[in-house]
Ligand binder design. Structure first.
Ligand SMILES: *Cc1c(COP(=O)(O)O)cnc(C)c1O
Length: 324
C-alpha cells in the first residue's frame, strides 16, 4: 500500500480479560497488545515509525528530529528507530526533567539521542532552529511531527486494522487513549477499508472533545487521500470522549491509580499513568455507568507507554494507594 519497514513485532496478540470482565460485571473485555510492538519497550508509535522511517530512508535522511514532553513515548521510540537504522536523532523536549533522568527520559539518553530542552510555547521555533542547524552542519534531517501524527504515520494504524481483521475478533467497541489523533485517524481509515463494524472510541488524554474531533476528522481525510481513497469523514462519525482529562496532561489522578492497580491485579497487565491508565479509567467508568451492553465485546487497545511508570514522580502514589 505504502512503503513500510518491518521492525515491529507483529501481529500483536489479542488476549481475553476474563477476570477483569467478571469483576466489572460488564461487557466481554479483550486487549490488543500494542505495548508489545517490541521497539525499546514498544507502543503505538512503533507502528507509525515503520512508515515514517521508510519515508525518511527513501529521502536519504540521516537524522531524525522530533518533539515531545520529557517523558515522551514517541520520542523514546523515535530515538530507538534512529539507533536501529544508524541515524542521528535530536529530540526537542518540553517540561521539567528529573535529575538524574528517569523513565522514558533515561531511555532517550541510553538510545543515544541528543536532547534539546525548551518550553511548550517554544517547541515550533526550537524545532526549526534544530532543523536549520542540522542542515548547516551538512546533515539530511527528517522532521517527524508531534506524536508521529501525519498521514504517513497514521498508516501504521490503517495497517493495524488490517491486522486486526485477521485475528478473529469482532469487537463492538475499540477503546484506547487518543491525543495527537494519528492512532484514531488511522484506525478509522483502516476500519472503512476492512468493513470493520466496531465503534472506534478514543478517550481524550488531554484535549477538549471538539478540538480532538476536528484533528481526527482532518487527519482521517488526509490519510484516506494519501492512499488514493476519495473518502471524507464527518465530525459526527468520530467518537471521542473527553470526560476523563482530569487535571490535565500527565497528571495522574485517583481514577488512573485505580485503573492501573485493577489491570495489574486482575490480569497482570501493566498500564501507564499518562495514556492507557487514563483510557482504562474512562472505560471502567463507562462500564460502571452501563454505557456498554453486557453482551457486547469491548477491545481495549493497549498503546504502550509503560516506561513512564518508572518516572519517579509517579512512584510514591502508585505504591501507597490501597489495593482495589
Ligand atoms: C502517543 C500515545 C498515545 C496517543 O496516540 P495518538 O496517535 O497521539 O493519538 C496513546 N498511548 C500512548 C502510550 C502513547 O504514547
Amino acid at each position: 500500500m505504502k512503503p513500510r519497514l518491518s521492525f515491529a513485532h507483529l501481529p500483536t496478540p489479542v488476549e481475553a480479560l476474563p477476570r477483569l470482565s467478571d469483576h466489572l460485571q460488564g461487557p466481554s473485555l479483550f486487549v490488543k497488545r500494542d505495548d508489545q510492538t517490541g521497539l525499546a519497550f514498544g507502543g503505538n508509535k512503533t507502528r507509525k515509525l515503520e512508515y515514517l522511517l521508510a519515508s525518511a530512508i527513501a529521502q536519504k535522511a540521516d537524522t531524525l528530529i522530533t518533539a515531545g514532553a520529557v517523558q515522551s513515548n514517541h520520542c523514546r521510540q523515535t530515538a530507538a528507530a534512529a539507533a536501529k537504522f544508524g541515524m542521528d536523532c535530536v529530540l526537542v523536549l518540553f517540561g521539567e526533567p528529573q535529575i538524574p533522568p528517569d523513565g522514558n527520559h533515561l531511555l532517550h539518553y541510553l538510545l543515544g539521542a541528543e536532547t534539546v530542552s525548551t518550553s511548550r510555547e517554544n517547541v515550533q521555533q526550537k524545532l526549526e532552529e534544530v532543523y536549520q542547524s542540522a542542515v548547516s552542519g551538512g546533515k539530511k534531517p527528517y522532521l517527524i511531527p508531534y506524536g508521529g501524527s501525519n498521514p504517513t504515520g497514521a498508516m501504521g494504524y490503517v495497517n493495524a486494522m488490517l491486522e486486526l481483521a485477521e485475528q478473529d475478533i469482532h469487537p463492538d467497541w475499540i477503546v484506547f487513549p487518543s491525543s495527537s489523533g494519528g492512532t484514531q485517524a488511522g484506525m478509522l481509515v483502516g476500519a472503512r477499508l476492512t468493513g470493520c463494524a466496531g465503534n472506534v472510541l478514543g478517550i481524550s488524554v488531554d484535549k477538549p472533545a471538539d478540538t480532538l474531533t476536528n484533528t481526527v476528522t482532518d487527519l482521517a481525510d488526509e490519510t484516506a487521500a494519501f492512499i488514493s481513497k476519495d473518502w471524507s469523514f464527518s465530525t459526527s462519525e468520530i467518537l471521542v470522549n473527553a470526560d476523563y482529562t482530569g487535571e490535565g496532561y500527565a497528571i495522574m489522578g485517583e481514577a488512573e491509580i485505580e485503573a492501573i492497580q485493577l489491570f495489574a491485579q486482575y490480569e497482570a497487565l501493566i498500564l501507564d499513568p499518562v495514556y492507557t491508565g487514563r483510557a482504562a479509567a474512562g472505560m471502567i467508568d463507562l462500564i460502571n455507568k452501563g454505557f456498554f451492553k453486557r453482551d457486547e465485546t469491548v477491545l481495549f487497545w493497549h498503546t504502550g507507554g509503560t516506561p513512564t511508570l518508572f518516572a519517579s514522580r509517579y512512584q510514591e502514589r502508585l505504591l501507597f494507594k490501597q489495593s482495589p
